[in-house]
Design a binder for this molecule. Structure first.
Ligand SMILES: [Zn+2]
Length: 386
């Protein structure tokens, strides 16, 4: 009978079986810890503020020159209305050569593929590099006590990491067509526009915060950010909400509210954007009877791992296993790579993400096997060439 440790599909199915809705790991990290102990890993599972994380290291007996880390997560987004799924989202059913279940794409299959690749490399090659696992259960949630906390632990315990692979789904149409070498930053803004409440029939006695906010938002939307840069698309600013909380048709309300988000490239930082937007707001306040105030939340700065050693190794590993020439990208949302990049060069590579977070999330069985082969090539090349 095939054992879990030999089969990335069985292992994916097993991991999907843990009901690990963010930030709960559902017991999956203890399972992974005991799994990698069999391969000779030293493991540490610890919890901070209800979030469980796993650190694990495998080292050759005679010392090592470099350490490659794999960063991933076992938590998943909620399944939504479970009655809309064709099968139990936490069962990992296999139909039509596909594995179905929450986390089948994002990203339990990637964790399973990496673990099996590690097992094969350790047995077949007797590597001279060290391998580290940084696996969290808080990537899909606030991410406050996940990878960030793992990295605090790494520093406190003087663990060394030289390079990192993040296993998020990065492929676009087929496995291997896209890897990520950076990500855009994300800044959210929360605007309050304070006017003066009054009867709508006597607008001269009030200050309408709705109309003032609309004026400001149109200036904000026409703010010229950039035309893109060598590895990045142009930055974009988008408005997500406009509210007044006003149900009365005859009232000009006191306040109005709007939120926006900027996805920005390496030409900006959160602080440079805040400065730019605040200047626009103060100019607006000078000529307006209403007053705008903006609060901000920076979810991550943009970053780039310059193409070179690490991305070249991954490109070769993909070409050898899949016969595909991959594209370097910095698009999409944020990931935990934004924390890893403060410690070491980081590249991201995983499955095709088209059904992630959806009802009936699924991936092809063959894609998981191919991903395992690519990860295995990458580990082999890393061990040989760095
Ligand atoms: Zn993910």
């Amino acid at each position: 009978m095939t054992k879990l440790i030999d089969d990335p599909i069985l292992l994916t199915k097993k991991l999907i079986g843990f009901r690990s809705i963010t930030p709960d790991d559902g017991g999956s990290l203890e399972f992974i810890a005991s799994f990698v102990k069999q391969l000779g890993f030293k493991t540490k599972v610890f919890s901070t503020q209800g979030v469980t994380n796993l650190f694990a290291r495998w080292s050759p007996k005679s010392g090592f020159k470099r350490t490659l880390a794999f960063n991933g997560h076992v938590d998943v987004v909620p399944p939504g209305n479970e009655s809309l799924w064709d099968s139990d989202p936490f069962n990992g059913d296999i139909r039509n050569e596909r594995v179905f279940g929450r986390g089948s794409v994002d990203m339990k299959s990637s964790v399973a593929a990496f673990l099996v690749a590690l097992k094969e490399i350790i047995e077949e090659e007797g590597p001279s590099c060290s391998f580290v696992l940084l696996i969290t259960s808080d990537e899909e949630g606030s991410a406050e006590y996940g990878t960030k906390e793992l990295l605090n632990w790494v520093v406190k315990n003087k663990e060394v990491i030289d390079d990192c692979l993040v296993g998020e789904p990065t492929s676009s149409k087929f496995v291997g067509d896209t890897i990520k070498i950076g990500r855009r930053g994300s800044l959210s803004g929360f605007i309050v526009c304070r006017g003066k409440q009054g009867h709508i029939a006597y607008p001269d006695k009030a200050v309408n915060p709705v109309e003032e906010l609309i004026h400001f938002l149109s200036k904000l939307k026409s703010l010229k950010l950039d035309d893109g840069s060598e590895f990045f698309e142009p930055s974009s600013l988008n408005i997500s909400t406009i509210d007044t909380n006003n149900n009365a048709l005859n009232v000009i309300p006191e306040n109005s509210y709007a939120n926006f988000n900027v996805r920005f490239n390496d030409q900006h930082s959160c602080s440079s954007l805040i400065k730019k937007i605040d200047t626009l707001a103060s100019k607006h306040n000078e000529v307006s009877d209403a007053t705008l105030e903006i609060k901000y939340k920076c979810s991550g700065e943009s970053f780039l791992t310059e193409p070179g050693r690490l991305s070249d190794l991954l490109i070769t590993s993909i070409k050898d296993a899949a016969g595909v020439d991959c594209k370097l990208s910095t698009g999409g949302g944020t990931s935990d790579a934004r924390f890893m990049r403060n410690y070491c060069p980081v590249v991201e590579f995983g499955l095709v993400g088209d059904t992630m977070h959806q009802i009936n999330e699924n991936t092809k069985v063959d894609d998981i096997v191919l991903l395992k082969d690519i990860y295995k090539n990458f580990l082999k090349n890393y061990n040989k060439k760095v």
